[in-house]
Design a protein around this ligand. Sequence first.
Ligand code: SF4
Length: 289
Amino acid sequence: MKYEGIVYRPPSEAYSLIVQVTIGCAHNKCTFCSMYKDKSFRIRSLEQIYEDLYEAKARYGAIKRIFLADGDALVLKMEMLRAILLKIKELFPMCERISAYAAPKDVLRKSLEELKELKALGIGILYMGIESGSDIILKQIQKGVTSSEIIEAGRKLKDSGIKLSVTFISGIGGKDKWKEHAIESAEVISAISPDYVGLLTLMVEPKTQMYEEVNCGKFKLLNPEEVMLETRALLENIDVTNCIFRSNHASNYVAIGGTLPQDKEKMLSLIDEVLKGKYSYKDEEFRGL
Ligand code: SF4
């Protein structure tokens, strides 16, 4: 397998075969993100991708899960995605699930019929980094998409039958906008009703615009208590029928998780206990991405 640079994948894809179909991120402008800063975006050729798949077949035999990297495999045109998925079907008939990151605008560029076709060809789950439901914050972090586009893309994916996992970032609005961030993110989650919500906590990485903004005092980071208050407000305002909520990433100060709506009160009570000082926060040195 030929991997170029650091390869990122969601935690739930830890045991999947990772195949780079693109290098880097087509957008690559988010102010907080350092993941693909050292890569210039390009699409790998079908020949290179097939080579990796043949090599994986020879080396590992049957594979059950495959993650298409890097930052947004859905940027590929349907013809190419179709060819890759058919090749996976041919080489790995036992493969149960293919997944990828998906940017909202790339989802919107595909018709509902095309998304349904991707599902029929094996795409089982897509991961969408939403970060915030607030249009002001989305603009500040240069996400390149609005909350209404995010909602439209999320609903379209749900209609296609592909499972949807979304991530938001605690603290991405800073001290100035934590309330808007919590409430408007909850509105977006309620409007989409994704299958999974992952809530990370902001970690400011060197070589990012946000790093500079923090250093010059323009962006003020939340402390752990403020992160908890923000998480509380977010959870309180989410209105969904069946969604797994997890805030147990290496970046989080406290591990929280459950199924919404039935575990909402339990999770809110845990946050209240934390705020009363009954549990301690993860030390900064043990936080990671
Ligand atoms: S957060 Fe996602 S869309 Fe934004 S630059 Fe990073 S990989 Fe690209």
